[in-house]
Ligand binder design. Structure first.
Ligand code: GDP
Length: 387
């Protein structure tokens, strides 16, 4: 399995591939990339590794794409493979499955039962993805029974898979625990705010700050500030800690200053923290990803979580924490949307690139309207999530 893109995308696609391997009785081996060893411990018992051995004979797998002759979608398109083959010896020893966000119609046939019957006979599958494709597995007859046995509560899939697979290394655990003890442990309530801005211009943007404040005050997630003279109280009012994560420091500075310069209506003390502000995504830098993982994990330890639309970073935090976050709607035309946010219906991540195909009828269909437990996402109208 080759996962790629940012850390959140990679954690989600590895979890999906692991579930697919469980459902199809396969062993999962993952490409170690540049930093997997620094980020995660081996999840399985000692002496066994989930990494593809460095001397694995198929050493070109990183080069496979949808145009490679080994690609399943291309084989279907060119009729190199077809459903009438029932003799396993006529099938190739390995097939490449292109499940990237930009995959094509033929690649998407992976999610059809008929195709799974064929793939079942192929000894090795090389899968590449950056997506959480679990919701579409829930729409397939082949996996229905096993999935209902594995997950009696359907909306806990990533919660369980993520906590089973992803154990931070000691170095990352140090980042998590030192931060938690220093800034969060003593608060009576912890509020996480994950800010991911998909705007390439340098921020911070006022409309995003307005949206964060509108969401958190409207939904009573953080105390409102007052412009009255502060009343000094002798009682120890509840202290709340706000943990912010963002690539930029701007939003954090503004919110921290707001709680310093003004008292709250309730008299509560609010402390505001942000572990890092890395500026921009630096996926290949080791230390950067360690911090990203530590921050995802710290967000998962909060009591109330606000996340940004479309962000797999936020999905992993909510899933690990078992939290239904308040999702900030994606702003359009640089204005804070109204309403600014809504609470997620489940803690499950969203599949951003699902197929819209009815395999039996062989025509397009709304896959978000077939069963009650797979619906469209709150933050992406064409996405699918398990509820
Ligand atoms: P997505 O792009 O929001 O879906 O999340 P990904 O995790 O897949 O990719 C974003 C990448 O940008 C992360 O893996 C980090 O490398 C970086 N990044 C984004 N937001 C933050 C943040 O709040 N803190 C840190 N440390 N890194 C971030």
């Amino acid at each position: 399995m080759i996962s790629y893109s940012g850390l959140g995308n990679r954690m989600l696609s590895i979890s999906s591939a692991f579930l697919y391997a469980l459902l199809t009785n396969r062993v999962l081996l993952i490409d170690r990339g540049t930093d997997m060893i620094d980020l995660f411990c081996e999840p399985f018992t000692a002496e066994k590794s989930w990494f593809l051995p460095l001397d694995f004979p198929l050493n070109q797998i990183n080069k496979f794409d949808d145009k490679s002759p080994e690609s399943y979608g291309l084989m279907l398109k060119t009729n190199t493979i077809n459903y009438t083959i029932d003799n396993a010896s006529s099938l190739p020893p390995f097939i490449y499955l292109h499940l990237n966000h930009d995959y094509g119609e033929n690649d998407k046939l992976f999610f059809c039962d008929q195709d799974q019957l064929l793939l079942q006979k192929v000894p090795w599958l090389v899968l590449r993805s950056d997506n959480y494709f679990v919701p579409s597995l829930f729409l397939m007859d082949s996996f229905e029974e096993e999935l209902s046995r594995l997950f009696p509560e359907k909306d806990t899939v990533f919660h369980h898979l993520g906590r089973y697979l992803f154990h931070p290394t000691n170095k990352v655990w140090g980042l998590i625990t030192r931060y938690y003890k220093a800034y969060l442990a003593n608060a009576e309530e912890r509020i996480g705010i994950q800010i991911r801005v998909f705007d390439t211009r340098p921020g911070p943007f006022q409309y995003i700050l307005d949206q964060i404040l509108a969401c958190s005050t409207k939904e009573n997630l953080v105390p409102q500030v007052s412009n009255q003279e502060p009343i000094s109280t002798t009682t120890n009012k509840t202290s709340k800690a706000v943990l912010m994560t963002s690539l930029s420091a701007g939003y954090f500075e503004k919110i921290r200053d707001m709680y310093w310069e003004n008292p709250t209506h309730s008299g509560e003390t609010i402390s505001v923290y942000q572990p890092s502000h890395e500026g921009y995504q630096q996926t290949e830098k080791q230390n950067h990803n360690m911090k990203a993982l530590a921050e995802i994990y710290l967000l998962s330890l909060t009591d109330v979580l606000i996340t940004s639309s479309w962000s797999t970073f936020g999905y992993v935090a909510q899933g690990l924490g078992g939290l239904k976050p308040w999702i900030l709607y994606k702003p359009e035309n640089e204005v804070a949307p109204d309403p600014p946010c809504r609470q997620a219906v489940s803690m499950e991540p969203c599949f951003h690139a699902p197929p819209f195909y009815d395999c039996k009828a062989k025509r397009g269909t709304d896959t978000g309207a077939l069963v009650p437990h797979v619906v469209h996402c709150e933050d992406m109208s064409w996405g699918l999530k398990v509820v």
